[in-house]
Design a protein around this ligand. Structure first.
Ligand code: HMG
Length: 440
């Protein structure tokens, strides 16, 4: 079967930044270490007043098409994944295509366009759809453009305010990809949940503590389901495990759960049990509370073992570097984690060709998906071409008053005429309805 996967990727961050330990924590009267150590976050990206999901998505896609020397005729499908859509009829991909048509010759009249929604997992679902479209032979030699774009804002004063972010990831999906090939096997954990939702409202209603538990429960189910089709995952076979990262502290919890799951029934588990001096599976199965307490104690000790900490430092921590500085990008988040891991490999001079990554996607509502990816031999050139560090570095650092004004500017319920804080340079800008996506 022909290899299908991600041929190229580009990232576009919102042009502003909110310093969490330096600006947010003092304003909230909180210890900065709650953010840096607890949540694992240093900064969030924010959109300037002229940025939104269309401009960020179009800017990422424009960079990608220009770098790969693509024309409109090379793209047969444009899917946008977002949970920040403003139009209940026209998909955001039509707005993005309109922007790109201002710059590239020809148009996208031949392209199938759509919009995917299932909270943050929609980015991965669009990726799966694009791969399946190609595998089914319906692409007529053309590639697909998948764009995950969100302004992940919470109401001011909501606990989620610390985990905001804004940015877009554009991915080119094609046969014989240069970056990663996707496995045909996926595992799912899916259930009707109401811990995070936006019924006719811009900012989410969130039960934050419960959302963490729901994420973990669905991820465990997805892992089990994945192993039921793809066979047991072996811990030494996974080079990196990029997970959906609403904030790095969430992935710290998910990684421990995943590790315990994949070393289960192996000699590693026996060795760890010896080191900890405790059985991995407590025996009090007839008493739920005692079982949960014993399991919690085992997990707390497992987390402190050298063996686990080494695995975490090599396999998980490198996936979090970018996220620590940009916050939650909802649909783009797991795709940022993949880039972060491969950037780390590039910096370390590690040869990743042929290596496996285990991708854990998640969306509230709720669904998790696990699939594997094999790194392809063009990965270094693709990752070298990215300018993520420069984009992060060049963001405008928001003072608290700026932050409040910009938050209002993006709040559909507030009338705001805030001035832009940065000057757009060669990028699409939102300049009022009807003038969407003008390039400045
Ligand atoms: P909170 O109540 O403000 O924070 O909200 P906390 O008190 O739970 O503290 C957070 C962590 O910092 C804790 O660590 C504290 O111990 C630690 P943990 O016990 O969890 O390991 N901490 C400190 N550490 C060091 N020094 C200190 C200190 N103080 C505290 N001084 C919460 C946290 C996540 C609930 C909130 O930010 C929130 O509601 N976020 C939004 C919801 C969210 O992101 N949920 C994640 C799972 S759901 C998901 O991923 C889907 C999503 O992306 C959307 C989608 O799919 O569409 C959100």
């Amino acid at each position: 079967m022909t290899a299908v996967g991600i041929d190229a990727v580009e990232i576009w961050t919102g042009n502003l930044e909110l310093d969490l330990p330096g600006t947010f924590a003092p304003q909230k009267g909180e210890d900065p270490e709650k953010y840096t150590k607890g949540l694992g976050l240093y900064a969030s990206s924010f959109p300037d007043s002229y940025e939104d999901i269309v401009t960020m998505g179009a800017n990422a896609a424009h960079r990608l098409m220009e770098r790969k020397g693509l024309e409109t005729d090379d793209i047969g499908r444009i899917d946008v994944a977002t949970e920040s859509a403003f139009d209940n009829s026209k998909p955001v991909s039509t707005y993005v295509a309109g922007c790109l048509e201002q710059v590239f010759e020809g148009d996208f009249h031949h392209a199938n366009k759509g919009e995917r929604k299932f909270a943050c997992i929609a980015g991965t679902q669009s990726l799966d759809d694009a791969c399946n479209w190609i595998r089914a032979g319906r692409n007529r030699g053309r590639a697909a453009l998948v764009i995950a774009t969100d302004t992940a804002l919470y109401a001011r004063g909501d606990a989620g305010e610390a985990t905001q972010g804004a940015g877009a990831v554009a991915m080119l999906i094609d046969e014989d990809p240069d970056l990663v090939e996707l496995s045909t096997e996926q595992g799912y954990g899916s259930a009707d949940e109401t811990d995070f939702l936006k019924p006719n409202q811009q900012f989410p209603s969130v039960d934050g503590k419960r959302s963490v538990q729901v994420y973990l429960a669905r991820m465990r189910e997805a892992l089990e389901d994945y192993e039921s089709v793809a066979g047991d995952v072996h811990v030494d076979d996974v080079a990196y495990a990029p997970f959906h990262t609403p904030f790095p502290g969430m992935v710290r919890k998910a990684a421990l759960l995943a590790y315990r799951h994949i070393v289960r029934d192996t000699t590693i588990e026996d060795e760890l049990a010896d080191e900890i001096g405790r059985q991995p599976r407590p025996e009090a199965f007839d008493d739920d509370e005692a079982y949960r307490d014993a399991l919690r104690e085992y997990m707390d000790e497992l987390k402190e073992t050298d063996r686990y900490q080494e695995w975490y430092a090599e396999t998980i921590d490198p996936t979090l570097t970018v996220s620590r500085n940009v916050g939650n990008w909802y649909t783009g988040s797991v795709h940022v984690a993949r880039v972060s891991a491969l950037k780390h490999a590039l910096d370390e001079g590690r040869d990743m060709t042929g290596e496996t990554m285990l991708i854990g996607s998640y969306g509230s509502g709720a669904q998790a998906e696990i699939h594997a990816e094999t790194v392809c031999d063009g990965w270094e050139e693709e990752i070298e071409a990215l300018n993520v560090d420069a984009q992060i570095e060049e963001r405008y650092d928001l003072e608290w008053e700026d932050y409040e004004e910009i938050h209002d500017a993006h709040n559909h319920d507030v009338d705001s005429d805030v001035e832009e804080l940065t000057t757009p340079e060669g990028e699409f800008v939102f300049d009022g309805w009807g003038r969407m996506g003008e390039r400045k």
